[in-house]
Design a protein around this ligand. Structure first.
Ligand code: GDP
Length: 702
């Protein structure tokens, strides 16, 4: 079967925004106009289509990246109804707690529409989102939304984009009327007014620009053209020579400039009042890149570990894809979303997962149309699709042709920094909970489960308070587990500061079959983030080979329990260098216990300490509150880094212990009359100061 849509008419895009700017509403209108949803549901009615998980709907925020496919025929300029585009919309979560997910979804996009609130303009969190998109080099267009709201201003919002985000923004439209009077937009390329009729703005009417806007439109059009022609010598020559540059040429130059991150066109309207969404979709087709406009993707050769592989976006290349999201469905199981970077995939074939070395059979290929699924036989380069029933593929894994192995992304997941205890209500809940947590952790690699053997409690840990709240919510709701939940706690760790040696003997030789395990080992601190390294330097068989894995196991068990206050130990190298055994009495179990004893003793001698997660914090506040906010941060053991001024705002960068950040949102609000904002992400683990270590140890004992 040939592809239905040529690759150059495919768009893999995201709609990104600060929470509340209207991302959900815009997405919904897109689905409506592209014919997928037949009724427009309001967000506050809980009818949003993209928010397909119940509790997301209640929170009104979008957390999970799903993907949805829709089709659009740009009508504004070409008038050619045969030119249908396939637009794959990858949903991007907006909350900072979910950085791993935001990053993974930004990774697979070729372009984005950034939505702004036309009253607030650029908000502090829009800056965070923007910078993330910069980091991943995502070409983008802007949509200034909510122009029907009281106090809306296109010019102010546009100016805030220029001032705070990029001087390369360029006005493509002007609104016709604002607030209650907002009726349509002026298309500055075509120099026409575009009006939206019908109950849902689905009927587009082009007319003359209103008389009272003509002068303004001309002024803005000149500015727009100047910026476009500056990107192309031949267009510039024409323009300077006083000739009219044809619209098609302007569009071509602009398209190239958007793809090269040189210009960012700005559109406008009101999603809620059904104004301006269709021209924005035209712009997605006109200016955002198709998969072949992007450079060939680079990858690591799994055999050499070097980044020497490259895959062109071409159906005839060897297949490669990135699994960017694993969603769990209590009924269907794991649903793995992937983006195809090269080649063609036919259902029923096998792919290699180079991380595990396993082959995975791709039984069914699904194309997701928001809540509905369509089964397809083949997918091609640039497609976004999903498959069910993969055995061991996680978010971030590459899937590739087994004869051309490649790793598209080296996966480093941050350590979870916060944990909570959960206690199932009954025996039946205990079982359901086990399954639910297992499923949820497959879906989200930044989420971990640990059971406390002594108390029988389960501790789950993740990247932030909201992250865990959402997981617990899903466990209760989707998997129907009844459980009580403790307060969030910082995930402390332990490590050692010096080198040391110790001996462990587990010997019992009185009556019956005895026990004999004897090990001697050295411990040494490793650089932060290096985890655990085990060296076997046993010579002359002083410990037989078959017992060595048991020694390692014993060490790992001891590490998981810590030696200071019961926290997981990390960044330690252990070298097993001597020991002895007994022909009859030695066993795996005896060596495991001996290994554990030796490690505990060595770790204590090596100055074991407690580590705490330190967060990178960015606080944005009106300048007036600077003193108070800095003072408060210092009292929370914060270390102030750089501070920047922007207009009337101060931007403070700091590092601060997570333990000091519970409830910070409330404090900041009251310190700044509700006008401050902050974002936070994990930075590193650091030793806790002595007095606080003492408090932690005593707290544990109690
Ligand atoms: P998200 O958090 O970015 O997904 O934003 P939503 O789409 O959920 O919108 C947040 C709120 O703004 C909701 O109450 C919407 O009804 C409202 N909203 C969205 N777009 C518009 C708009 O164009 N005009 C007005 N007046 N309200 C809007």
């Amino acid at each position: 079967m040939p592809r239905e849509y040529p690759i150059e008419k495919t768009r893999d895009i995201g709609i990104i925004a600060h929470i509340d700017a209207g991302k959900t509403t815009v997405s919904e209108r897109v689905l409506f106009y592209t014919g997928i949803s037949h009724k427009i549901g309001e967000v506050h009615d809980g009818g949003a289509i993209m928010d397909w998980m119940e509790q997301e709907r209640e929170r009104g925020i979008t957390i999970t990246s799903a993907a949805t496919t829709c089709f659009w025929t740009p009508s504004q300029f070409t008038g050619d109804k045969t030119k249908k585009y396939r637009i794959n919309i990858i949903d991007t979560p907006g909350h900072i707690d979910f950085t791993a997910e935001v990053q993974r979804s930004l990774r697979v996009l070729d372009g984005a529409v950034v939505v702004f609130d036309g009253v607030a303009g650029v908000e502090p969190q829009s800056e965070t989102v923007w910078r993330q998109a910069d980091k991943f080099k995502v070409p983008r267009i802007c949509f200034i939304n909510k122009l029907d709201r009281t106090g809306a201003s296109f010019e102010k919002s546009f100016q805030s984009i220029l001032d705070k985000l990029t001087p390369n923004a360029i006005t493509m439209q002007l609104p016709i009327g604002l607030e209650q009077e907002h009726k349509g937009v002026v298309d500055l390329l075509k120099m026409k007014a575009i009006m939206f009729d019908g109950d849902f703005g689905q009927i587009i009417r082009e007319e003359e620009i209103p008389e009272n806007m003509k002068k303004d439109a001309k002024k803005w059009r000149d500015k727009m053209i100047e910026k476009i022609v500056a990107e192309d010598d031949s267009a510039m020559e024409k323009y300077l020579g006083g000739e009219e540059v044809p619209m098609e040429k302007l569009k071509e130059v602009l398209r190239k400039a958007v793809i090269d991150y040189k210009l960012v066109p700005v559109f406008c309207g009101s999603a809620l009042k059904n104004k301006g969404v269709q021209p924005m979709l035209d712009a997605v087709c006109d200016y955002l890149p198709s998969p072949i406009d992007m450079p060939a993707i680079k990858g690591i050769n799994p055999k050499t570990g070097e980044e020497t592989e490259e895959r062109r976006a071409d159906d005839s290349e060897k297949f490669s894809a990135l699994a960017f999201k694993v969603a769990t469905d209590p009924f269907v199981g794991a649903l793995t979303y992937f983006r195809v970077y090269s080649g063609t995939l036919i259902s029923g074939s096998y792919l290699l997962n180079p991380r595990t070395g396993d082959k995975e059979r791709i039984g069914r290929i699904l194309r997701m149309h928001s809540a509905e699924r369509e089964e397809v036989k083949e997918v091609y380069t640039g497609d976004i699709a999903a498959t069910v029933g993969l055995k061991n593929t996680r978010t971030g894994d590459t899937l590739c042709d087994e004869t051309a192995s490649v790793i598209l992304e080296q996966i480093i997941f941050p350590e979870p920094v916060i944990g909570i205890r959960i206690e199932p209500q009954s025996k039946a809940d205990q079982e359901k909970m086990g399954l639910a947590l297992k499923r949820l952790s497959e879906e989200d690699p930044t989420f971990r489960i640990k059971s406390d053997i002594e108390t029988g409690e389960t501790i789950i840990s993740g990247m932030g308070e909201l992250h865990l709240e959402v997981l617990v919510d899903r466990m209760k709701r989707e998997f129907k587990v009844e459980a009580s939940v403790g307060r969030p706690q910082v995930a402390y760790k332990e490590t050692i500061k010096e080198e040391a040696q110790a001996e462990g003997k587990f010997i019992k030789q009185s009556g019956g079959r005895g026990q004999y395990g004897h090990v001697m080992l050295k411990v040494k601190p490793l650089e932060r983030g290096k985890g655990f390294v085990f060296n076997d330097e046993i010579k002359g068989g002083s410990i037989p080979k078959e017992y060595i894995p048991a020694v390692e196991k014993g060490i790992k068990e001891a590490m998981s329990k810590g030696v200071v206050a019961g926290y997981l130990m990390m960044d330690i190298e252990v070298t097993l260098y001597d020991g002895s055994f007994h022909e009859v009495d030695s066993s795996e179990n005896a060596f495991k216990i001996a290994g554990s004893m030796a490690f505990q003793e060595a770790a204590k001698r090596a100055k074991a300490v407690i580590l705490e997660p330190i967060m990178k914090l960015e606080v944005i506040i009106p300048s007036d509150f600077f003193g108070d906010v800095i003072g408060d941060l210092s009292s929370r053991r914060g270390k102030i880094g750089q501070t920047d001024d922007r207009n009337n705002l101060k931007i403070i960068d700091a590092t601060i212990p997570l333990a000091q950040m519970f409830g910070y949102a409330t404090t900041l609000r009251s310190l700044t009359e509700g006008r401050g904002n902050f974002t936070m992400e994990f930075d590193k683990y650091e030793e806790v100061p002595g007095n606080i270590a003492q408090e932690i140890i005593e707290g544990k004992r109690r």
